[in-house]
Design a protein around this ligand. Structure first.
Ligand SMILES: CC(C)(COP(=O)(O)OP(=O)(O)OC[C@H]1O[C@@H](n2cnc3c(N)ncnc32)[C@H](O)[C@@H]1OP(=O)(O)O)[C@@H](O)C(=O)NCCC(=O)NCCS
Length: 164
């Protein structure tokens, strides 16, 4: 079921993504990233309870893709993608989507949640830090253009090895 919250002047709701949303999601993806996911990468996550869209003024304004994988008896959550339409950024949608995904993964019994973020993505890094994610590892040249990724983790596991 969709939940509704008030973000600035717009009425916003967040619900699970459906096939009918995919084209709008893909359009945002191409605007938000220099190296966008291909369309079929989103199709693969249809049915996943933590593939969510934010609707503002009856339009898809952003999305988050997250799932869980088994990990030695306790699932690990993974936030794989998060983006907001450029015209809707800075209105709290990214934060709301992230919070909903964290809640969904926690309900799905994820012991920890991890994600990768570009080292130079200051905006996203602040958003994740505010949500309780901490850097655990740096992956040099992780992205095709040579930029490093930081692996961020939210959960009980101790953090270590940053920069090594
Ligand atoms: C990162 C992203 C998802 C954040 O979504 P958003 O809806 O713009 O963010 P929010 O409005 O929820 O704001 C969350 C935080 O982002 C930062 N932020 C938002 N707008 C900002 C701006 N114009 N300049 C700098 N920081 C900004 C702030 O730290 C803000 O926290 P605050 O509200 O305490 O100031 C969005 O900017 C985006 O889609 N970026 C391109 C794709 C991307 O980088 N995705 C993350 C991949 S890991």
């Amino acid at each position: 079921m969709a939940t509704r919250s008030k973000q600035g002047p717009d009425s916003v709701s967040i619900r699970q993504a459906t096939r009918a949303d995919l084209l709008s999601i893909y359009r945002i993806e191409k605007q938000a990233f220099d190296q966008p996911w291909p369309y079929p990468a989103f199709e693969k996550f249809l049915g996943e309870p933590n593939f969510l869209v934010a609707i503002a003024d009856d339009h898809i304004a952003g999305y988050v893709v997250a799932d869980t994988t088994p990990n030695a008896g306790r699932d690990i959550g993974h936030i794989k993608n998060l983006a907001v339409h450029p015209a809707k950024q800075g209105e709290g949608l990214g934060r709301s989507l992230l919070q909903r995904a964290i809640l969904g993964l926690t309900v799905a019994d994820a012991a920890r949640i991890k994600l990768e973020v570009r080292e130079g993505n200051v905006r996203a890094r602040k958003l994740y830090r505010d949500a309780g994610f901490e850097p655990t590892k740096r992956l040099p040249r992780y992205y095709d253009d040579g930029e490093a990724a930081l692996v961020l983790v939210k959960g009980p596991e101790p953090t270590a090895d940053l920069g090594r």
